[in-house]
Write a protein that binds this ligand. Structure first.
Ligand code: BG6
Length: 472
């Protein structure tokens, strides 16, 4: 339709990032190693390796990343220039509790985020904070095998208490675990957990997932107690499965594939496991170890909104077809959508469907906290970075988001584009899979001046925000 569609008042336009993908300074000012610091660089065809701590001779892209730790003033200024109303990042847990189980927090780490949040607020940018984005302190893996051990729930709660108290009044929008549903697909990056030899994989991963859900619920309850103004969301990755055909069995398959995500968001929004979740344990022969208080913990920790990432849609099929690697999992190709150079299906309409799906199901606000396009950009001889493909991706996705608001009545809180600035890819560890509207001079091997250059998408996004989505 041609009618003008603007975003509503207070809509949170902005950008999103994660500490481990751009801060660098991996051991500076008392920071401890995180799980992300033990992932080597990979590529589209070569998986990142999760090593036993930091092993000499390997290249670990998170160690310096794009050095936001020393460039944050300059970077925040650029975000402000784009007109951001919100900036999503995570707190690196191991900056605050270097080993995860320390008695006292690290003051230097706390101070870094104090300064960052003050700077954002001075530009009128609201910080949106993920409590952990694939950043479990590595010492917790060494000592407890991470969240396989229930004690990590308490360590996480301690960390949350510290940051909720410290940043009270500065941060009001939070999310607990980034893409918590990655636990259904391995969970190595999520928590660093290692499957003990001979152990049943489903049993270990679903137990870890249970602990994450408890930790999330406890954080929500605590956050509300410390500041009733806090709004705390869950965060799931939405790969949005379509059935390959109208064959009823394909429909069931798509339902099951989507249920792997709803397992988490249903629990976090409704405050307890669904019947279907219990049936999944039965089907996989999993016996969760629970405590009598667990049901109450989950019940008291319902989230205020649904945060989600959306990059691509996927296809479910009952045919034995070859699958390709997508965001988080392998999937069947969709002949109706184009693909990025990394094989991710470009499907803006899917964003509208995803927004509707969450809102219809839960009737609480939804927040698209990640959406973006990874591509190999180049600095052209004129010194600029021309990225029309990225503008095109954002334009089409935002148009669909506006339809969800105006034509479907979905309560959308905001939109934070992934990769406001270039940084390392979580999946492949590459630098050349760029998502930013600001280019950073750094390559896959860690060479480059770290200089920042505005891409064409920078000005495009500035206009989009300034016009509340009218000028796309
Ligand atoms: C999401 C993650 O899955 O997708 C981000 O929350 C990640 O951390 C983003 O960077 C894009 O994926 P990738 O693998 O291209 O970096």
């Amino acid at each position: 339709s041609e009618k003008s569609m603007k975003t509503p008042k207070g809509f949170l336009w902005g950008g999103a990032s994660a500490a481990n993908q751009f801060e660098g300074a991996y051991l500076e000012d008392g920071k401890g190693l995180s799980v992300a610091d033990c992932f080597t660089a990979g590529s589209r065809t070569h998986r990142r390796e999760y090593t036993d701590g930091v092993v000499e001779g390997n290249y670990y892209p998170s160690h310096i990343a794009t050095d936001f730790y020393h460039h944050w003033k300059e970077d925040v200024k650029l975000f402000a220039e784009m007109g951001y109303k919100a900036f999503r990042t995570s707190i690196a847990w191991s900056r605050i509790y270097p080993h995860g189980d320390d008695e006292q927090p690290n003051e230097a780490g706390l101070r870094f985020y104090d300064e960052l949040f003050d700077e954002l607020l001075s530009y009128g940018i609201e910080p949106v904070i993920t409590l952990t984005h694939y950043e479990v302190p590595y010492a917790l893996v060494e000592k407890y095998n991470s969240f396989a051990d229930r004690r990590c729930v308490d360590f996480f709660e301690r960390y949350c208490r510290t940051v909720f108290t410290r940043y009270k009044g500065k941060v009001k929008l939070w999310m607990t675990f980034n893409e918590i549903n990655t636990m259904m697909h391995g969970g190595e990056q999520q928590t660093g957990v290692r499957i003990p030899e001979g152990a049943d994989r489903d049993q270990v991963l679903l137990q870890v997932a249970h602990h994450l859900l408890l930790a999330s619920a406890k954080a929500v309850k605590l956050g509300h107690e410390i500041d009733p103004e806090n709004k705390i969301g869950c965060m799931v990755c939405n790969p949005l499965f379509y059935p390959e055909t109208c064959k009823p069995e394909d429909q069931i398959q798509a339902m099951k594939d989507n249920d792997a995500m709803f397992y988490f968001s249903d629990t976090q929004v409704r405050g307890g496991y669904s019947n279907k979740a219990r049936k999944l344990w039965e089907a996989r022969g999993v016996q969760l170890k629970t405590e009598p208080e667990d049901e109450q913990i989950l019940r008291e920790g319902c989230v205020d909104y649904v945060g989600f990432s959306y990059y691509m849609s996927a296809v479910s099929s009952t045919r034995p077809v070859e699958k390709v690697q997508g965001n988080m999992m392998r999937m069947v190709k969709n002949p109706y959508v184009q693909e990025s150079d990394w094989g991710w299906g470009i499907d803006p309409v899917g964003l509208r469907i995803a927004l509707n799906q969450f809102y219809d199901r839960y009737q609480i606000p939804v927040f698209c906290v990640e959406n973006g396009f990874g591509a190999e950009d180049e600095v052209s001889p004129d010194g600029h970075v021309h990225d029309p493909y990225r503008i095109d991706y954002f334009r089409r996705n935002i148009q669909e988001l506006l339809k969800a608001i105006h034509e479907d009545g979905v309560d959308v809180m905001g939109y934070t584009a992934w990769g406001c600035i270039d940084f390392i890819s979580a999946g492949s560890g590459e630098m050349k899979k760029r998502y930013g509207m600001i280019y950073v001079d750094r390559d896959n091997e860690g060479r480059g001046t770290l200089r920042r250059i505005k891409k064409d998408s920078f000005d495009w996004y500035r206009r989009a925000i300034a016009s509340n989505g009218e000028d796309l």
